[in-house]
Design a protein around this ligand. Structure first.
Ligand code: COA
Length: 412
């Protein structure tokens, strides 16, 4: 299988078409009793037209757009098709619809999107060759069925089809070989059962939460990170992550999404859009770093908003990624810098009206620093929201997978 040509087969890659009232009306006016059963061969997985795509965004606005006006939400979704990770076919919009109905006149029975991402795999020791190989993974987001079409099996049918389609989607020849993607991930907000039923197994979904703190004490040892520093940090992070995968033991297949610049920029540009819309300005502080090159600790973060100014609940400062450049250093050498990084994050969280700071799935090393740094924290195991879920396209059973760096940067 070759790589996907977006302009030929994905009409959703255009951002300029206005919403068509006809598409919206046609999609909503199908009588329920005329719709095919979820198992019908009449149903197909395909791509929305620009007008259909706008229709799905209008439908999802009440669910996910609370921090923005509807106008800004629609504009944000369009903007997010143009950022580095998404443009040139990086994002694909999917709909489940009726095969023989005309585009813009057909019902959109369920919808979602996928984002292509770089990923690495290492089949450590044992039968594996211990080499780190590169491949394609997909992040799935915005799974949605219009309220009146719910409970009829349409999202289940779409997930079955999307899961299979992504196996060979834009995969090139890497990773699993034979033009197969390595894996797809999604973050379930509806618990662990629904997606597991369709092939995405739930992985560790915990976080450390810190409270926002007004004001920042003088004499912080951490330095703030701006946009311009991210390229260097991402390059170091990727090198360290690859070495980490290669060092891991036999008997497991170790996988990770690459925490590369475009992946972080997707979050930061989304954050810029949101903060500009909500506050009229964008943040400067994108993270904090402590220590000298070779011995640094850093965290990169983004502010996510669902409540906006009306409701702090739903607004979170998310640590996208934490890196300890030299994990051989004893905690005592790292803890002052780590504490200062968390304090900068807490201060930013208060300044930007979020209810907490979240650090997802900390490694044992980071957990040790959290415990030693003396800042009050809560350890949360999630069982309903943002359940990190992965579907593996290789031969090994999913239970043999070790998902490394299962942190917020991988979310979409
Ligand atoms: C979740 C959603 C996509 C399901 O669409 P659907 O077409 O009705 O799904 P299906 O008919 O294939 O399956 C229904 C199953 O969804 C699951 N489900 C739906 N909402 C759920 C929720 N809030 N919590 C847990 N499970 C849920 C149930 O397992 C349900 O099974 P049941 O009928 O035995 O109760 C739809 O309810 C929706 O759009 N919700 C709002 C957006 C959302 O939450 N999306 C998921 C983001 S991860």
């Amino acid at each position: 299988m070759g790589s996907h040509n977006p302009s030929a087969t994905n009409p959703s890659s255009s951002t300029s078409a206005p919403p068509s009232p006809a598409a919206a009306a046609a999609a909503s006016s199908w009588p329920l009793d005329s719709l095919p059963d979820a198992s019908s061969p009449q149903l197909i997985l395909t791509h929305p037209t620009p007008a259909e795509r706008t229709h799905t965004w209008k439908m999802t606005y009440p669910m996910w757009g609370g921090a923005l006006t509807e106008h800004d939400y629609l504009a944000r979704e369009a903007y997010l098709t143009t950022v580095p990770l998404a443009r040139d076919g990086g994002i694909t919009h999917w709909i489940l619809t009726v095969a023989d109905a005309a585009p813009d006149r057909r019902p959109i029975l369920s919808s979602c999107e996928s984002l292509r991402k770089r990923a690495v795999v290492c089949r450590g020791g044992g039968d594996g060759d211990g080499k780190v190989k590169e491949g394609v993974a997909h992040g799935i987001a915005s799974v949605f069925t219009e309220p009146r079409f719910r409970g009829r099996g349409y999202a289940s049918r779409m997930m079955r089809e999307v899961g299979e389609r992504l196996r060979g989607w834009q995969a090139g020849g890497g990773g699993n070989g034979d033009g197969r993607s390595l894996f797809s991930v999604l973050y379930s907000d509806i618990g662990k059962t629904f997606y597991a039923r369709h092939g995405w197994a739930a992985f560790e979904s915990s976080h450390v939460a810190f409270k926002p703190v007004e004001g920042l004490a003088e004499g912080q040892v951490a330095r703030v990170i701006g946009y311009h520093e991210l390229a260097e940090l991402c390059a170091v992070d990727e090198r360290l992550l690859r070495a980490n995968l290669a060092r891991r033991g036999p008997g497991k297949t170790h996988v990770a999404l690459v925490p590369e610049l475009d992946t972080l920029l997707w979050h930061l540009m989304r954050e810029d859009y949101m903060t500009k819309s909500i506050f009229g300005r964008t943040p400067i502080v994108r993270g904090a770093v402590a220590g000298e090159p070779g011995k640094r600790v850093w965290a990169v973060w983004m502010r996510g908003y669902y409540g906006g100014l009306k409701k702090k609940e739903g607004n979170t400062l998310h640590i996208l990624r934490v890196v300890v450049e030299d994990p051989e250093q004893p905690d005592e050498k790292l803890v002052d810098g780590f504490r200062s990084i968390v304090q900068v994050a807490q201060h930013e969280a208060a300044e930007w009206k979020t209810q907490d700071v979240q650090m997802w799935n900390p490694t044992p090393k980071i957990k040790g620093l959290v415990e030693k740094c003396g800042i009050e924290f809560e350890f949360v195991t999630r069982d309903k929201d943002s359940i990190a879920s992965l579907r593996w396209y290789g031969e090994e059973p999913t239970a043999e997978l070790d998902w490394v760096a299962n942190e917020k940067y991988a979310w979409c």
